[in-house]
Design a protein around this ligand. Sequence first.
Ligand SMILES: NCCC[C@H](NC(=O)CCC(=O)O)C(=O)O
Ligand SMILES: NC(=O)OP(=O)(O)O
Length: 313
Amino acid sequence: MKNFTSVKDVQNINALVEKALSLKANPFQTKLAEGKRIGLIFFNPSLRTRLSSQVAAQNLGAQAVVLDIGKDGWALEFEDGVVMNGDKAEHIKEAAAVMGRYFDVLGVRTFPELKSKEADYSEKLLNAFIKYAGVPIVSLESGTRHPLQSLADLVTINEQWTATRKPKVVLTWAPHVKALPQAVPNSFAEWMGKADVDFSIANPEGYDLAEEFRQGVPVFHDQAEALKDADFVYVKNWSSYDDYGQILSQDESWTFGSKQLELTENAKVMHCLPVRRGLVIKDEILDGPNAIHLEQAENRVYAAQAVFYELLM
Ligand SMILES: NCCC[C@H](NC(=O)CCC(=O)O)C(=O)O
Ligand SMILES: NC(=O)OP(=O)(O)O
């Protein structure tokens, strides 16, 4: 594996899931990556990704250094060939190359601006790191994807599912007050497409994900129809892709509660966090026996550990 920015970077996802589970069973392999350094570069806020990546590095014996570049770094220029006479002090060409000289692996978090579909989906920032850093790049959530989250999600589904038949996994949209990225649902859909599950998506009209992420996946605009017999339900808000970055609905009949759960096969309920209680998922679910959001968050450590292991070893 050269970089970890999408499921396409992974040769064998089952092997990576197994690696994460074996690291979970025996996490403190602190000699493995002794002397290696991981830079974790954040353009945006984070709780889980930041902490789980640092814990994962420590478990392997590597050192992690965090830079809140959005807050503490110089304002960066990404355009080529411009005269930098505005407010940008440093070009990504130098910034990424310098960080590449300090670290063996670089993780980067860069949310989409949700203004231009073309700009966000071209992944300009992540690709600039890949081009100029000269070391493996790990996405800590980019404009279009969140692969460390999706790997942890798949690890969690594998852990929780003991039956021999394929589990039915449904990704459902839920309302929110802010326009959120499509990165988490895109990425989840992309990973589920490669996993041994029966996968479908429920969202209101106008919220279909970009076609490349839902090819061959049944999409329902009726949540109740989609939830029937589900074994796992992944709840997440996202803003419109077609009407890019817009909030088209705040319909709270899509908020996931007991009424929705009753339609399922006593499904496990998933969310990547942070979750807005009462709006996205009701307390009765988050505080009940079907919620596995904390297990997902815990597995972020072993997902990151497996990825760092692959890239450093
Ligand atoms: N890293 C996990 C999710 C990050 C982001 N959520 C958020 O920005 C929530 C913000 C809020 O609820 O105000 C998203 O949906 O992609
Ligand atoms: N799920 C997730 O990536 O959480 P953070 O945004 O807190 O890192």
